[in-house]
Design a binder for this molecule. Structure first.
Ligand SMILES: Cc1cc2nc3c(=O)[nH]c(=O)nc-3n(C[C@H](O)[C@H](O)[C@H](O)COP(=O)(O)O)c2cc1C
Ligand code: SF4
Length: 449
């Protein structure tokens, strides 16, 4: 079966000839009309629409946005903050940068509607430090929106005032973890906080109730308010509503960003029909489906899944519908929507060594299992690729990875161990033959880590 059509909601105008990131272009395409309508409605009604939409966060964990908003402590008397998470540092993830570069006003409008819905008077866009162009575009977009009275004091004459500030990130992956981000925004080192008690909805920025949402999530809010939560929930599949942007990188003919209804396209359709399949003469070998933390899938794998009535069904890896729940049932996750594709030219020991080098560099160091474990995993895979490993190293690697999850302050403990656990489980033979890794490297391969 060939791939369905893209359903371009967030990408409605992105890539259209002549579509530019300035406000005049945005206004010509109906921009800020939804904000205009939103500010005439009771904020609680807008929150209900988001809840009814079933929208799940697009930043990684897939937590329902409406539920997150409902957890905000509205009785404390403290200001409520909203933070747009534009840190986007997960390897293999590049959708938020694309939205910001192509259509910054869509994000500003989604953010302002979300602020109004939650009685937020100050919002921050925390953008990855290495994205200076995006930061400049956002600064300009906010200034343009302020000049037209969509941001700032007395928005559209309603008496409601709200400012948005752009804050450039501190250049570390951990700044994307919501409580690390909050620490960084407060001017400190981005050490994640312990939950409980520091759930952002109660004790977030400056110990005040805080909403942290991903860029794409907040863009969806604009469309939910436009079409209504119930209508939005008809897009996608039950419990996996709406569209999502898939960023495909690696060994396919047409890598890029594509927007599809959640669960309406399979992994095989996306990689073969949409992305053109493998490069000439190559075969697809593995894919990491949701950013580098997600567990790897091996081409040819089959999964036994439970049906609602208790019976089971078998699902081939290529037939996995791309939604949060099926990917989780297959032992991995939709995560950030970034798919990293590897063909048969890739040695999995080398690929894992690369990932492990990243995580050991990015661990903030607060928790021993993550700090030491990520470093050990890096050292072991590094000596494997250099041909210096010991016979027992594959077992040691597994032992280290298995001791990290569930024992750390933040989810990076899981994120750094899942690649090692899944690479070993699915490509164990390459780790057993680690002494061949160096010998088999093609002459034109990149330098080893
Ligand atoms: C180590 C780590 C890094 C993260 N990096 C990002 C990031 O760059 N962008 C993002 O939106 N979420 C990131 N997250 C998830 C955030 O903590 C948070 O769940 C998310 O911003 C919530 O937004 P959402 O509910 O709209 O998905 C990261 C989580 C962890 C554990
Ligand atoms: S799990 Fe790792 S990154 Fe997260 S707080 Fe602990 S040491 Fe830091």
């Amino acid at each position: 079966m060939s791939a369905p059509q893209q359903r371009r909601i967030i990408f409605q105008h992105i890539d259209e000839p002549g579509y530019t990131p300035d406000i005049d272009c945005y206004l010509r395409h109906g921009g800020y009309e939804i904000l205009r309508r939103a500010v005439t409605r009771p904020p609680g009604e807008l929150r209900d629409e988001v809840k009814q939409s079933g929208l799940r966060g697009r930043g990684g964990a897939g937590f329902p946005a409406g539920v997150k908003w409902s957890l905000v402590d509205r009785k404390s008397g403290k200001p409520i903050y909203l933070i747009v998470n534009a840190d986007e540092s997960e390897p293999g993830t590049f959708k938020d940068r694309y939205i910001i570069h192509q259509d910054p006003h869509q994000l500003i409008e989604g953010t302002m509607i979300s602020c109004f819905a939650n009685d937020v008077k100050q919002a921050y866009i925390y953008i990855r430090g290495e994205m200076p162009h995006g930061a400049r575009l956002l600064e300009r977009a906010i200034a343009e929106a302020r000049a037209k009275n969509f941001v700032g004091p007395n928005i559209l004459g309603t008496g409601y005032s709200c400012e948005i500030y752009v804050h450039r990130g501190a250049g570390a992956y951990i700044c994307g973890e919501e409580t690390g981000l909050i620490e960084s925004l407060e001017g400190k080192r981005a050490n994640p906080r312990i939950k409980p008690p520091y759930f952002p909805a109660v004790l977030g920025l400056y110990q005040c109730p805080t909403i942290v949402n991903n860029v794409e999530t907040l863009c969806h809010v604009r469309h939910i308010i436009d079409m209504g939560g119930v209508e939005y929930a008809k897009i996608g599949t039950p419990n996996n509503t709406g569209t999502r942007i898939f960023g495909v990188s690696g060994h396919v003919q047409r890598p890029g960003t594509y927007e599809y209804e959640c669960g309406k396209i399979t992994l095989g359709q996306l990689l073969y029909d949409v992305c053109g399949g493998p490069l000439p003469g190559r075969k697809l070998k593995a894919v990491i489906p949701g950013g580098s933390s997600a567990k790897v899938l091996r081409f040819g794998e089959k999964f036994t899944l439970k049906n609602k009535d208790g019976s089971t069904r078998e699902l081939a890896m290529e037939d996995i519908p791309l939604d949060f729940d099926t990917l989780a049932a297959c032992g991995t996750m939709g995560g950030s929507g970034g798919l990293i594709v590897m063909d048969d030219s890739v040695n999995m020991v080398e690929a894992l060594a690369n990932i492990n080098a990243f995580y050991s560099h990015e661990s903030c160091g607060q928790c021993t299992p993550c700090r030491e474990g990520s470093l050990w995993m890096k050292k072991i895979t590094s000596r494997m690729v250099h041909g210096n490993a010991r016979r027992e190293d594959a077992a040691l690697l597994k032992g280290v990875a298995d001791q990290i999850p569930g024992r750390t302050i933040c989810a990076m403990g899981e994120g750094c161990s899942w690649p090692t656990q899944s690479f070993l489980a699915k490509f164990g033979e390459e780790f057993e033959a680690y002494h061949e890794t160096k010998k088999n490297r093609p002459a034109d391969a990149l330098p080893l880590i």
